[in-house]
Write a protein that binds this ligand. Structure first.
Ligand code: FES
Ligand code: FE
Length: 435
């Protein structure tokens, strides 16, 4: 039976906090996400520090599509489909590296680092010199841009500029990428693993699920923290949500929770960050999601992307992020801590993965389970668009599901809008995009 997309607006009742569980498992919903969301939204590709030199490239995905991101001779960055124009073979199978050209290993069509087709075997005899190579370069993304080193691209030529897409989330992104004069650096070594679940569950959790931490991570936090903050009620902090789907959470009431051996450096850095950004954006623990699938944990030096691989499968690609100008021993300690807590077998990470896997398994197997609505009512009506110092919609508690509701509201915009779902004023919650 075909999925009834006309009923989608009633199934995503973000106002009252009810979300239909079938959007996390239906194949047709997933296929529509690939077309309506991942083929249009600005998606994170890489950080500048991952491809610093001309010829540096890495392979990633935009939704389900394989994409090469490459630093050009003039220092700019291009991104194009990693799909040969001859028969659709994957042109480059290395995860990353430095190259002048990519030769497809099927018949040998060869592309330069900008994606142009530069050599075709037997062009003179078998093709009678009649092939117009200029028409068969690798397919470029429609737009590519970066914000403070974070490189994004979109397949949609009508998408608004990246800065408009990010909206006031840059205020919070700055708290991580711009809190020291040197900015951040992504350390070499990505960790990739697979979860049998739906990518949205992970993305929404990082947007705003301060609620699970007490319970899901109870045992692991007991091992790695030096305070008992999570034993009490909602910790002091706030949750930010955006009409554009982004979310950010911050615990603000103490300097350093994780005992990773870098506390004196972090104290020092905190002072610098307060000077640069003010006290409210300096956190020891934080979480964020840039809609739809870039997330991070600033307090644990971790950045990740949720790559969808099917309605009930996603890959996590996880990196350690450090301050570029931090001492080497601090970088090493943070990498070790990030991997031990948020790596594939990290003490904290496996708690989340167990939830996501089990939820995915139950949705896959249970017909009745798929008919349910899930509850996103926490804090409905208890946030403000007029916070005196913080932009966006703010909850004064770290526990509030506003960011998740905003995430699904934005998801609904993309899934149901034929044209780009413009929001004229991100702070105006009454604004409804054209459908
Ligand atoms: Fe790439 Fe034929 S598929 S050269
Ligand atoms: Fe968690």
């Amino acid at each position: 039976m075909a999925y009834d997309f006309d009923s989608l607006p009633s199934k995503i009742d973000w106002q009252n906090g009810q979300i239909a569980a079938d959007i996390f498992i239906e194949e047709e919903v997933y296929q529509r996400e690939l077309k309506m969301l991942f083929s249009r939204a600005w998606l994170f590709l890489a950080h500048d520090s991952m491809i610093p030199n001309p010829g540096d490239f890495l392979n990633t995905y935009m939704g389900g599509d394989a994409v090469i991101v490459a630093r050009q001779k003039d220092g700019s960055v291009k991104a194009y489909l990693n799909v040969c124009r001859h028969r659709g073979m994957k042109v480059c199978r290395a995860e990353d590296g430095n190259a002048k050209r990519f030769m497809c290993t099927y018949h040998g069509w060869t592309y330069d680092i900008s994606g142009d087709l530069v050599n075709v075997p037997n062009e003179n005899d078998a093709y009678y010199n009649e092939l117009d190579k200029s028409k068969f370069g690798l397919v470029q993304v429609a737009q590519i841009d970066s914000y403070k080193g974070l490189i994004f691209a979109t397949f949609d030529p009508t998408a608004p500029p990246l800065l408009d897409y990010l909206g006031d989330s840059t205020f919070y992104i700055d708290s991580w990428v711009d809190h020291t004069p040197g900015g951040i650096e992504v350390l070499p070594g990505v960790i990739k693993w697979t979860i049998r679940g739906n990518w949205k569950i992970a993305a929404e959790q990082f947007a705003g699920d301060g609620y699970h931490v007490n319970i899901t991570h109870m045992s692991s936090l007991a091992q790695i923290t030096d305070t008992d903050i999570y034993d009490g009620p909602s910790p002091a902090g706030y949750m930010y949500s955006s009409r554009l789907g982004h979310g950010y959470g911050s615990i603000t009431d103490h300097a350093n929770r994780f005992t990773d051996g870098t506390s004196s450096y972090k104290e020092q850095r905190r002072a610098t960050a307060i000077e640069r950004l003010g006290p409210e954006r300096v956190n020891s623990v934080g979480n964020f999601t840039v809609f739809p699938n870039l997330s991070g944990l600033p307090g644990q030096a971790n950045l990740r992307v949720w790559h969808p691989k099917g309605p009930n499968t996603f890959e996590i690609w996880s990196w350690t992020v450090v301050d570029k100008d931090a001492p080497e021993e601090v970088k090493k300690a943070q990498q070790l801590s990030s991997v031990l807590t948020e790596g594939a077998a990290g003490t904290v990470e496996i708690d989340d993965g167990e939830n996501w896997n089990l939820m995915g398994q139950m949705l896959e197997q249970g017909y009745q389970t798929r008919q349910l609505n899930w509850n996103y009512q926490m804090g409905v009506g208890h946030d403000t668009d007029n916070h005196p110092t913080l932009p966006g919609t703010i909850s004064e508690l770290y526990m509030n599901e506003g960011p998740q509701r905003a995430f699904y509201r934005r998801w609904l915009d993309f899934m149901t809008s034929k044209d780009w779902p413009h929001v004229s004023d991100p702070a105006t919650l009454e604004e409804v995009p054209e459908r």
